[in-house]
Design a protein around this ligand. Structure first.
Ligand code: ADE
Ligand code: ZN
Length: 355
């Protein structure tokens, strides 16, 4: 909990989360529990002695790639459909408690397929978790299939073709709602998914991409050139003023993850995340958790961290919350409903303050 007088206001503010990896919601406790259930031997690295030692190691990530080695090891404990469903459900319960009304969540099917888990098992489990959140909390959800940059393009092409062949992106199946890319940023060719993104764009599939997290603004420019409608992270956009003007003009949303940026040493503190610069320049952004089980902060913690660093006004928070709704990949009726809830929440807060 933060020390800000706006803490309760921030808690109740209706939120949309646009950037969270379901595999990044696998807590150390759940890793140990599922490893035992599925008879998986965890690495001999002393970090894996207990959930406590693992949590301690998570506090010392040196870079994106250092984190990714733990992230990809952690997800090896996921095997059955019920494991995937439980993971998603665990996240949605926490998100609901933090005031999330709409969540767009990533998953990495290539990595699970590579270790022998069927694509259908992964998707069926995650879809079940999403449906339960919709049923029990009225939380709307969107699943985004993420290509990973550390594996060959061919492996991404295989899962994509499989998803297309099974109509998983078709509105009637209501299973997958977009494609993203993630994993290691600096190293692989910037445009490695050029053909796949062109195919997805032609098929009318929504596109996003992790860019400008560790990589310089040229990674953002390439993602936009390939058809990304959103940029995940994008904090290094401020280093290219012309590109930033284009992003403002085109109304591209950045899905910013402040605590992640600190934990992965992209910045030294939340105050260094360009929140104020983005607000002043008119860059659209939402605030998100990325991999909350690894970074020690869910979405509300991220809102609070931003408030402690920038002391934003109620009006600025209203603007951030409304932008998050307007830029969500959801229908207009749902957007109107969420905008009304934000309006009610802000009005109630102001009534109390003004009394
Ligand atoms: N996969 C999970 N978290 C990620 C991050 N912060 N950046 C790139 N890929 C990721
Ligand atoms: Zn991410």
């Amino acid at each position: 909990m933060c020390q800000s007088p706006l803490h309760d206001f921030l808690h109740g503010l209706p939120k949309c989360e646009h950037h969270v990896h379901l595999e990044g919601c696998l807590t150390p406790e759940l890793i140990f529990e599922l490893a035992q259930k599925n008879a998986i031997t965890l690495p001999s690295d002393p970090a894996y002695t207990s959930p406590k030692t693992l949590t301690q190691r998570y506090g010392n990530f040196t870079s994106l790639d250092d984190f990714l080695s733990f992230y990809f090891t952690g997800m090896t404990v996921l095997h059955s459909e019920s494991d995937f469903a439980l993971l998603a459900w665990t996240y949605f319960q926490r998100a609901h408690a933090d005031g999330v009304h709409h969540a767009e969540v990533f998953f990495d099917p290539q990595v699970h397929r590579d270790r022998g888990v069927a694509y259908e098992t992964i998707v069926a489990g995650f879809v079940a978790g999403c449906k339960r959140a919709e049923r029990e909390f009225g939380l709307t959800t969107r699943l985004i299939l993420c290509f990973v940059r550390h594996l060959p393009v061919e492996s991404a092409a295989q899962v994509f073709e499989h998803a297309l062949a099974n109509s998983h992106f078709h509105p009637e199946t209501d299973m997958l709602h977009g494609v993203g890319w993630s994993s290691t940023e600096v190293g692989p060719p910037k445009d490695m998914f050029r053909e796949l993104y062109a195919t997805a764009k032609t098929a009318g599939i929504r596109l996003t991409a992790h860019a400008g997290e560790e990589g310089d603004p040229s990674y953002i420019a390439t993602a936009l050139e390939l058809g990304a409608q959103r940029i995940d992270h994008g904090i290094r956009l401020v280093e290219d003023v012309e590109l930033m003007q284009r992003v403002v003009q085109d109304g591209v949303l950045l899905t910013v993850c402040p605590i992640s940026n600190v934990q992965l040493k992209c910045v030294t503190s939340v105050a260094e995340v360009p929140i104020r610069r983005f607000l002043d320049a008119g860059v659209k952004f939402s605030i998100n958790s990325d991999d909350p089980a690894y970074f020690g902060g869910y979405i509300l913690d991220n809102y609070c961290a931003v408030q402690e660093a920038f002391a934003l006004s109620v009006d600025e928070w209203r603007h951030i919350a409304e932008t998050s709704v307007r830029e969500s990949w959801v229908d207009e009726v749902r957007k109107e409903e969420l905008l009304r809830r934000i309006d009610d929440h802000v009005s109630k807060h102001l009534e109390v303050v003004l009394v």
